[in-house]
Design a protein around this ligand. Structure first.
Ligand code: HSE
Length: 437
């Protein structure tokens, strides 16, 4: 019998408790393992969460979990950095295995946590930290273990994906879509972590370290959120055959790794373009397996609880049958020789929306500067005629180097015929036939 203690009886804590209480028979039938929910610690043990907790399980004392000699697995579900970090470190030093859904903590403080786990020969389970119910951690550690991972593209923040889907499908702007997400409980009162791309980057730090063996590299990720996206850009993207998604991108290119989070144009016929609303998806390309795609709910009580319980069951199996493994995290940091690319060194296709005066010769001045920086044009759209006034001029490029793009845009934005700062979005997909091919 493996005894489990949960810290944090919120949304995911409730889902986890429900699964452990109601699906215990399924788990035992499938694995032969008996997992017992022994204690749940929370400051509020009165509120009705819609799940019947047996007498004596709830406590207000966190030490009833982390210092309890009967507990084998401590499940940390309070989120945030402190006091979660201290609780986890204390549980590990007490020789307990830890399961956590805390992406921010693992992405930024994971090194110290893994070291403490190793010192005490116990495991840390992270499945619930990335993409909720989608078992992407298991995919990287086990299912695709035979592969060199070449690239990962993820829609791994349901809040942002919901907002972008609303902007695209209903033509409402960012702030109205955010308000709607907040009223439905998909976005926090302070949505910064989600809409500024930080939550996506926390998750990318974790999966990229498992995929490539680099150390956890949250502070090396180039991060842009969705707050500056306009309806106009979403509409132009649609005309060009693209959807805009907030993507987490990790690629291994010539022995270097690209890590970035930003709004990205993706061809609308790609499966990942059709991942809408709060749903998540992760595309993984391996050298042996080729393309794979994983889709499902990235948040919520039961999907995330499903991931938490899968880690608990794995650890229970290790304790009962197979001794202790470090649960696959030993690969993290082994390839610290791999260089992480600066954003200026990446190559991508780009969408530009210039705000240019409608005057003869403007297009040639803009395209002249692009040409000087080796930026080839694949498509141009100019809408509406307002002689002498500012109109949008949209350009889709071939692959170009980001550093050249930044320099070209600075030069173009200084032209007297350009009335506003140029909007730009990186584009993924096959290169299209170009104007200058
Ligand atoms: N706000 C996050 C999301 C929750 O929308 O994906 C899960 O990390």
């Amino acid at each position: 019998m493996i005894n489990v203690g949960i810290i944090g009886f919120g949304t995911v804590g409730t889902g986890t408790a429900k699964i452990l209480l109601e699906n215990n028979d399924v788990i035992e039938e499938k694995t032969g393992l008996q997992v017992n929910l022994q204690v749940i610690a929370d400051l509020d043990i009165k509120r009705d969460r819609g799940v019947k907790i047996p007498d004596g399980v709830l406590t207000r004392e966190v030490s009833d979990v982390i210092d309890n000699p009967d507990i084998h697995v401590v499940v940390e579900l309070i989120g945030g950095i402190q006091p979660a970090k201290d609780f986890i470190l204390r549980a590990l030093s007490n020789g307990k295995h830890v399961v956590t859904a805390n992406k921010a903590l693992i992405a930024t403080e994971g090194k110290e946590i893994f070291a403490e786990a190793e010192k005490n020969s116990v495991s840390v389970g992270l499945e619930a930290a990335v993409a909720g119910g989608i078992p992407i951690i298991k995919v990287l550690k086990e299912g695709l273990v035979a592969n060199r991972i070449l690239s990962i593209y993820g829609i791994i923040n349901g809040t942002s994906n919901y907002i972008l889907t609303k902007m695209t499908d209903d033509g409402i702007d960012f702030s109205d879509a955010l308000k709607e997400a907040q009223s439905l409980g998909y976005a926090e009162a302070d949505p910064t972590l989600d809409v500024e791309g930080l939550d996506t980057a926390h998750k990318l730090a974790i999966i990229s370290s498992l995929a490539f063996g680099i150390p956890l590299s949250y502070d090396r990720i180039h991060i842009e959120g969705i707050t500056k996206l306009t309806l106009q850009d979403i509409e132009f993207a649609g005309e060009l055959g693209y959807k805009i998604k907030l993507l987490a991108i990790a690629k291994s290119v010539n022995g270097e790794v690209e890590l970035r989070v930003h709004p990205t144009m993706i061809p609308e016929n790609y499966l990942i373009s059709r991942v809408d609303g709060v749903l998540n998806a992760v595309y993984v390309m391996g050298d042996a397996v080729g393309e794979t795609l994983y889709y499902g709910r990235g948040a919520g009580d039961m999907p995330t609880g499903s991931a938490v319980v899968s880690d608990i069951v794995d650890i229970a199996g290790e304790i009962e049958n197979r001794g202790i493994s470090s649960h696959g995290i030993e690969f993290i940091g082994k390839r610290s020789d791999l260089k992480i690319k600066a954003i200026g060194d990446i190559e991508s296709m780009y969408y530009f929306r210039f705000t240019a005066l409608d005057r003869p010769g403007v297009l040639s001045r803009v395209s002249g500067i692009l040409g000087e920086y080796n930026i080839g044009i694949a498509a141009v759209i100019q809408k509406g005629r307002r002689a002498g006034a500012a109109v949008p001029l949209v350009v889709l490029t071939h692959k170009a180097r980001e550093r050249d793009v930044q320099k070209a845009l600075q030069e173009i934005d200084r032209l007297d015929v350009v009335a506003d700062r140029t909007a730009f979005i990186r584009v993924e997909g096959e290169e299209t036939e170009g104007l200058n091919d």
